[in-house]
Design a protein around this ligand. Sequence first.
Ligand SMILES: Nc1ncnc2c1ncn2[C@@H]1O[C@H](COP(=O)(O)OP(=O)(O)O)[C@@H](O)[C@H]1O
Ligand SMILES: O=P(O)(O)OC[C@H]1O[C@](O)(COP(=O)(O)O)[C@@H](O)[C@@H]1O
Ligand SMILES: [Mg+2]
Length: 530
Amino acid sequence: MEVATTVVVAPAPAADDKALQQKLFELKLKPSSTKLPAPAPAKKASAKPAAKKKLAGGSGGYVLEDVPHLTDYLPNLQSFPNPLQNHPAYSVVKQYFVNAGDTVAKKIVVHKSSARGTHFRRAGPRQRVYFQPDEVSAAIVTCGGLCPGLNTVVRELVCGLHDMYGVTSVVGIEGGYKGFYARNTVELTPRSVNDIHKRGGTVLGTSRGGQDTAKIVDSIQDRGINQVYIIGGDGTQKGAATIHEEIQRRGLKCAVVGVPKTIDNDIAVIDKSFGFDTAVEEAQRAINAAHVEAESAENGVGVVKLMGRNSGFIAMYATLASRDVDCCLIPESPFYLDGKGGLLEFAEKRLRDNGHMVIVVAEGAGQDLIAKSMNLADTHDASGNKLLLDVGLWLCQKIKEHFKKKANSPITLKYIDPTYMIRAVPSNASDNVYCSLLAHSAIHGAMAGYTGFTVAPVNGRHAYIPFYRITERQNKVVITDRMWARVLCSTNQPCFLSHEDVEKAGQDDEEPNVPLVEGENSLVKVSPLQ
Ligand SMILES: Nc1ncnc2c1ncn2[C@@H]1O[C@H](COP(=O)(O)OP(=O)(O)O)[C@@H](O)[C@H]1O
Ligand SMILES: O=P(O)(O)OC[C@H]1O[C@](O)(COP(=O)(O)O)[C@@H](O)[C@@H]1O
Ligand SMILES: [Mg+2]
């Protein structure tokens, strides 16, 4: 059985041992022995808190950050040959099952002397499964804000379970987490979900707040659900982690699988989230409209607000894709309005030079500036997310006030806020394919007995990632990285930052999603060319 073989730390030479010890130290774990602790006794709920990290080491500084398996706490669980081996669609594929030891590297850009580093378990079908098809009772829930592709994931989970594994019992939980205990379930069949990928939103409904772990697990237990697919963003994945811990504590045979959803692309580790490409594409239409309006008026200014609470990826990619943008403002890069090097001085220059300009602003940008100027206290939504002040309206007002004071330069300003229009559209072709692969990877993992994981591509390969990796920090634009430099190059906007700000940003930045070779991503520490 593959699980038992992979959790054992392979004996490594002394130098490699050192690297592993260092890695374990960085992960704040006690490197007590070369073997992971023995699995907990079967069925009976353990009083001990669930083990958070499951690590295995190998040579050359290799570390596998593994995901839990049902046999970790139910060691006598029976396994069965994977029914896919008899499936006509897959019988012709040369190597359909992934190798038991396959893992996906977190970093792929390395030096010849680099340690092999962190890896995640590769997603995909296994030779043996831990559920008989007629034993599976699956549930799907969607939580948090809308995002293009939610329906596609739901559809592909239902059809994938049915078509690949012959699973017929799948229900949808309506209205997000609270639906587990406040609403009835809806039966999902390949027929009932056939067309849903063509619609925006989620056919299951969604919500914020109302996450009561004990009540949710009671509902899972009472309904006899043994596979839960939870589609949602960072908040949702935190909720999924607590649900998994409670399920493990009660000793239930139930796989908990997270499918990461975020239009803002703010989930760490993963390459990107579904719906992001669609959002960037849709944002182009708004930027284009703003540009047409601005170009057609005397001193025309177009302001477009895009989503991105704490992470400005949509604004950054939409700006790069469009080429019509004169200034892109994101939460990660502070800016200021007045004085030398400020936004208003830049706007004056752009209007003088080009006669028009387009500003793209992410919803989370400039929040400190607005709060300061309005003296407002923080408020939060039902999930605990900070409610943002409308940076778009505020910015338009400031620009208008500024140019009103200048007698000879009247401007025509048009403000476009397409945010809810963008997230309501159905997913585009590439996101649809992505959603299908995600759903299939999720199903293969659950059928193989893995649990307590989020599935997503890491460096182009689908992997099973422990929940804590996804929830411990948010993915943000690294403003000392080359991608942000490309934006600044493309718009020729001011960088607004002092040398100290850049240095501070460099220190604050955690490892960016795109692995970078040490020293290569810094604008301040430029090393000579080799
Ligand atoms: N720290 C947390 N622990 C448990 N549940 C959470 C946590 N944060 C959010 N949730 C729940 O997850 C669901 C979605 O969270 P939300 O932040 O609204 O959206 P998203 O998952 O898209 O980030 C909500 O029902 C919320 O109550
Ligand atoms: O008005 P709502 O539904 O609370 O959603 C607004 C928020 O939802 C988002 O689109 C996505 O946020 P989540 O990923 O947390 O669901 C944010 O960009 C935006 O601030
Ligand atoms: Mg969120």
